[in-house]
Design a protein around this ligand. Sequence first.
Ligand code: NAD
Length: 443
Amino acid sequence: MNATESPRLTVIGTGYLGATHAICMAVLGFDVLGVDVDERKIAKLASGEVPFFEPGLPELLTKALESGRLRFTTSFEEAGKFGDVHFLCVGTPQRPGSDAADLTYVDAAVQALAPHLDRRVLVVGKSTVPVGTAQRLTGVLHELAPAGDEVELAWNPEFLREGFAVDDTMRPDRLVFGVASDWADERLRAAFQPILDIGTPVVRTDLATAELVKVAANSFLATKISYINAMAEVCEAVGADVSDLADSLALDDRIGGKFLRPGLGFGGGCLPKDIRAFAHRAEEIGVGQAVSFLREVDDINRRRRARTVDLVRELLGGQISGRRIAAWGAAFKPNSDDIRDAPALDVARTMHGLGGHVRVYDPAALDNARRAYPELRYGDNALDAAEDADVVVLLTEWADFREIEPDALAKVVRHKRIVDGRHALDPARWRAAGWEYRALGRA
Ligand code: NAD
């Protein structure tokens, strides 16, 4: 096959990233095979069910399956036969007991695939990995693949946001192609042709830079969030208002308002583990000092969780034990059911550990939360969770919570006290309705 011909794609690892990528690529007209070691996940996807919450994705999965362009398998042999371009989308979580990234899944996927690569194909890493991984995996592929160094590796970091994953995949801000040859570049261009056709900018670079772009981007975003949360700490000390401060900064277009909302801080399956893995990797290669500020970014972020619990305690007159607490939110952010390192559940569990009677509600992540933390109690909806509550704590800024009327909530709670962990509510409105309102970084 010549390099510019439309390739057949495999997507290895069909979690949040891989399932979205496989489905979107099929909708864009490619023949796609999704591959995962999780048989239940593969069976669900093949039957038309997206195993996680992502707006717009179920409809596209149905469309892709009906088109006959999307199939799923657990067989790496089938993947090797089928694919011209193989996307690696497996997880790279934090290694237990360490800040480093756990590359077990990436290594296992490459080792399972390589023996079936008997012709010239391109393997494309999309997972977030420590810099240097691609170079190491290139060696593994050359050693294990029957086609030897005919098999090439490229890195194409992924920037999609859960909750906006379809749009971010179909219309990304940019594509980064880390390649070692013109052939790999041409193959990648062919694999993204419909996305290039809409004018998406491409940065062509080397493998190491492509790996770094992703962790650099996440480090920047995490730093911006922790920056405004550090300002919140200062505001609290002097009785200033971090919300007004953030609004004022946001009006400076050199700064901008995105990722500048003060509150409970970041979580999820990416930012926390990515900044830790980056700091760890930088130390390994002798440039730890260059990014040592990321440790501080992480610490500021963790302090916000503890401070939220303090605010609840203060509002309850110094005692959490025995008090009824409605925890609104479980997902690490709205429009997602992802509870990995979710600040909301961290706070809910801490308050539970302190003897609080915590009842959690989340519009999408309830099942995941129940499975992970059966010790917590759960409500059927926001008002149910708030029944007889001594305090309501907003922890994930779902629109559903913002839309609740202070008077409607007042009818179900025992005391009109609310902690707005996300600066999602209008304090004037809640106070006017007789509520005691508290938020981080606000007098
Ligand atoms: P995930 O846990 O949802 O999915 C990972 C999938 O890989 C799972 O379905 C798992 O069964 C599968 N898997 C594990 N080992 C495998 C193997 N040997 N062969 C085949 N499949 C295997 O993770 P995710 O959120 O989709 O993240 C994947 C990668 O993408 C991570 O590196 C992450 O940092 C990165 N990323 C994620 C996002 C996001 O928003 N979720 C955004 C950008 C980048």
